[in-house]
Design a protein around this ligand. Structure first.
Ligand code: SF4
Length: 363
């Protein structure tokens, strides 16, 4: 079975830290052209519809679209019968009517961009919502029976402290949410935050502090009964993101929409990232992955999962001996950054903090 990722790039305002593929909300006629192009692209994959078991509509801000636009997209998706159907939303744009549309078309998982409960920090990030909007969104979704909810949260934001992170955790846990994605803020070039940083307007949270924050997040959430199943993801039992698991388990998925990429039958697809170019010709390039590329991707993505990589499965799949192919595994084991347990190769507690360093040995 395969996944389907759909990118809706529109955002009503641009967050200062954002380096995702996004555009402003655009004129109605341009949004219409975008949706038409997107739906044509979707239909070009109709042969795969009966193999799709997860849909993820991400962005951008999918719920920056009007109700009619959402309906048009959902109508086009009707022939697909996924077991998990997710959409990302921003709380300030959410309405109960949107929730009803989600419900009507079978959306059963909603991911909300909450980031932090500190409203001063939200302003610093140029996020436009407040805590009441997060609370009301969750309550409306639950009222509609959509209980599989994720919150996207961020740590290591300038101004945050361990105390404020604990306050965030307490605030969000009280909302009884089964899945949390907790990301480390990265200062990406080409963002407004980076521009401000270069002008000395704030200091970055240093590595040690950021590591303490991450360790604290892991500690608190696991004690609260969340399974830390992926570097940045925590879930109550049975609420892991099935769609995102496809990325980490190196499974096939179709990616449609501006800047989306996909992986299908050993071929990576990369869509155009420029809005106008996408409208003319959706695909930027197709790259056939070599076996070496596939192994590297499988190991790097697989090690993001805390259960790790099934060694015999990978050895069998690629007809290799992982330890012989990557002798540095031994070194990483000696440094106690990776460990072998019950036939799985995984990052250790220490290795989780130094994931990128470990991943280098496979490149
Ligand atoms: S809402 Fe999301 S995609 Fe849009 S600007 Fe903010 S972080 Fe970026």
């Amino acid at each position: 079975m395969i996944g389907l990722y759909i990118h809706i790039p529109f955002c009503k305002s641009i967050c200062h830290y954002c380096d995702f593929v996004k555009v402003g909300v655009k004129k109605e006629s341009e949004r219409e052209k975008y949706l038409d192009t997107l739906i044509n692209e979707l239909n070009s994959y109709h042969n795969y519809f009966d193999q799709i078991d997860t849909i993820y509509i991400g962005g951008g801000t999918p719920n920056a679209m009007t109700d009619n636009e959402l309906i048009k997209l959902f109508e086009a998706l009707k022939p697909i019968k996924p077991i998990e159907f997710s959409i990302e939303i921003n709380p300030e744009s959410y309405t109960h009517n949107q929730g009803e549309i989600f419900k009507q078309y079978g959306v059963n998982r909603v991911s909300i961009g909450a980031q932090t409960s500190d409203e001063k920090i939200l302003k610093f990030l140029n996020r436009k919502h407040n805590n009441d909007e997060v609370i009301n969104t969750i309550s409306s979704l639950k009222q509609l029976g959509i209980n599989n909810i994720n919150l996207d949260l961020i740590f290591a934001i300038p101004g945050q402290t361990l105390k404020s992170i604990n306050k965030d955790i307490k605030f969000f846990i009280n909302l009884d949410i089964p899945h949390l994605s907790y990301y480390n803020l990265i200062l990406e070039e080409n963002t407004y935050l980076y521009y401000l940083y270069n002008r000395g307007r704030f200091s970055e949270v240093d590595d040690e502090k950021s590591r303490q924050m991450y360790a604290n997040v892991i500690d608190k959430l696991t004690k609260l009964g969340y399974n830390h199943y992926e570097i940045s993801n925590f879930s109550k039992q049975g609420y892991e993101s099935l769609h995102n698991l496809k990325y980490w388990e190196n499974k096939d998925y179709i990616g449609i929409g501006l800047g989306a990429h996909g992986l299908l039958n050993g071929i990576r697809t990369y869509n155009e990232r420029s809005f106008n170019k996408y409208l003319k010709n959706t695909l930027y390039e197709k790259v056939e992955l070599s076996i070496e590329d596939r192994i590297t991707e499988e190991l790097i993505m697989g090690l993001r999962l805390t259960k790790g990589i099934n060694l015999s499965e990978v050895n069998l799949k690629y007809n290799i001996n992982l330890h012989e192919k990557f002798p540095k595994i031994k070194e990483m084991k000696e440094l106690k950054l990776i460990a072998e347990e019950d036939g799985y190769l995984k990052l250790t507690k220490e290795g989780i903090f130094l994931g990128n360093q470990v991943f280098q040995i496979f490149v």
